[in-house]
Design a protein around this ligand. Structure first.
Ligand code: BG6
Ligand code: MG
Length: 215
């Protein structure tokens, strides 16, 4: 097997927080009377909270101060965390759980590379607090995806070079970040058909075949 490590995006790969992100942004957008739907929500995948807010505000005819923007982001995050608080280990799919266990048995280093500042909270809610060898998240980066910083940090934390790792991503911004960092990328979900990715997954367990793991 050519890889020694796997770096997973979190939202949309390990767990489905997409709907909660959407509902929280939608509530804010409705309050501010800004048009926002699921299609526009796809543009927010992988990008930081403040960059997401800027994308939403592009459809507003008003301009807002930095303080107002910070308050909007906080308002969204409060709603989002309330929804996250309802998550439990039952929200980890059998497919993800089984795949992680197979990869663990292969002695691969497993890491998270997520733009989310809520990463630790989400991992705790779904019962994976202690599972990963390293967690690089929105709290330890200065550049969000499509910049490769979060994946480079994750690789560094597990002492591997980008060429020794594969990144699993559901966002086009994340695929771009992985490739820019020199990683092979396995794309899933919204980004599945992204041509910059080397592997195209219908579900996470497809990784086992792609990586030629015999289990
Ligand atoms: C990414 C999501 O994982 O995290 C984005 O795909 C989100 O949609 C980003 O904006 C930041 O999340 P958080 O939890 O820090 O607001
Ligand atoms: Mg994602």
């Amino acid at each position: 097997m050519q890889y020694k490590g796997i770096i997973f995006d979190l939202d949309g790969v390990i767990c489905s927080t997409d709907e909660s992100h959407y509902l929280a942004w939608k509530a804010l957008a409705d309050r501010l009377q800004i048009p926002f739907d699921r299609e526009r929500n796809n543009l927010l995948r992988g990008v930081s909270r403040m960059a997401s807010l800027e994308i939403i505000l592009e459809k507003s005819d008003k301009t807002y101060s930095d303080d107002e923007k910070a308050a909007f982001a906080e308002e969204k995050n409060t709603m989002y965390r309330e929804l996250l608080g309802r998550m439990s280990p039952a929200d980890l799919s059998d497919d993800v759980r089984n795949t992680l266990n197979v990869l663990r048995e292969e002695r691969l280093k497993l890491a998270i590379g997520s733009s989310s500042k809520n990463t630790r909270f989400i991992l705790e809610r779904i019962g994976l607090s202690d599972f990963f060898d390293a967690v690089a998240d929105g709290n330890c980066i200065t550049h969000s995806k499509p910049h490769p910083e979060v994946f480079l940090k994750a690789a560094d934390m597990i002492s591997l070079a980008p060429g020794e790792c594969v990144v699993v991503e559901d966002a086009h911004a994340g695929v771009e970040a992985a490739v820019a960092g020199g990683f092979d990328c396995a794309a899933i979900g919204d980004a599945k058909d992204d041509e910059r990715a080397l592997y195209h997954l219908t579900c996470i367990s497809d990784l086992i075949g792609c990586l030629k793991i015999n289990n």
